[in-house]
Design a binder for this molecule. Structure first.
Ligand code: NAP
Length: 250
């Protein structure tokens, strides 16, 4: 039955940025679909633990460097026995005019959004290959994987690179039955966009350009996340799926 292909029963997922926003929504969705989930964030993921219960565990790690990468895979295997799915969701944004943009804002964003995403994917892929049953990597991209944005040069660079890297890794790892894909969320109501939503002018401009006429929510990503984590998407490789209320098509 086709719906059985969406089940994540018996699967183990790692979700970065699991304590809030989109990562919390994705963790809940994967668990509802049957997976055991290891969350990773700088802050404790207690709200997510409360929402999911015993099929969720979390680690507190700073993904601003690649130091915790091997430990994350090891601890997940210790706790849940294996790893089948990695969702690279943790990400930050820094806003400043390009003319004044600091090296610190550049490095912070590129390290978290791109460098750690790559090395955590590499470590997960090594584990998938060792297990011999394939795996799923889902990167969280952005509208700025397709567009330039304003006052966010390091964020745009990181998210455009995430889209390219998603294709590059898919090309190398499809032969191991590892699917690497990305989700590009549109404008979603989370901490990440609090400043934009608080700016009346920008908020009105953004809403006027979204065909769906509203900001997205973490729930809006849940179906796509489960789909890309499941057997139902086994022949999808290197794809970045926009979940954006129509923003890109406008
Ligand atoms: P958010 O509410 O700000 O959450 C960001 C998450 O990333 C938090 O869990 C945060 O953990 C984690 N994180 C950031 N830096 C970290 C670090 N150094 N080490 C460990 N964890 C770290 O934002 P969100 O909107 O849910 O964003 C999730 C992803 O979606 C990001 O990659 C973002 O770029 C992307 N995205 C968001 C939107 C949107 O409109 N909201 C649109 C497109 C793409 P702590 O809270 O513990 O720091």
């Amino acid at each position: 039955m086709v719906l059985d292909k969406f089940s994540l029963k018996g699967k183990v997922a790692i979700v970065t940025g699991s304590n809030t926003g989109l990562g919390m929504g994705i963790s809940i969705a994967l668990a509802q679909a049957g997976a055991k989930v290891m969350g990773v964030s700088r802050s404790p993921s207690d709200g997510t633990l409360k929402a999911i219960g015993e099929n969720f565990s979390y680690m507190v790690e700073d993904l601003g460097s690649i130091e915790p990468v091997k430990r994350i895979i090891q601890k997940t295997v210790e706790k849940f026995g294996r790893v089948d799915i990695l969702v690279n969701n943790a990400g930050i944004i820094k806003r400043q005019d390009a003319i004044d943009f600091s090296e610190e804002f550049w490095d912070d964003v590129l390290n978290t959004n791109l460098k750690t995403l790559f090395f955590l994917s590499q470590e997960a892929a090594r584990q998938f290959i060792k297990q011999g049953e394939g795996g799923k990597i889902i990167n969280i991209a952005s509208m700025l994987s397709f567009q330039g944005g304003i006052r966010v040069p390091s964020y745009t660079s990181s998210k455009s690179a995430v889209r390219g890297l998603t294709m590059a890794l898919a090309n190398e790892w499809a032969k191991y039955n590892i699917n690497v894909n990305a989700i590009a969320p549109g404008y979603m109501a989370t901490n990440n966009t609090q400043a934009l939503r608080a700016d009346e002018k920008r908020n009105a401009e953004i809403l006027a350009r979204i065909p769906a006429g509203r900001w997205g929510t973490p729930e809006d990503l849940q179906g796509t996340a489960v789909f890309l984590a499941s057997q139902a998407s086994d022949y999808i490789n290197g794809c970045t799926i926009a979940v954006d209320g129509g923003w890109l098509g406008r």
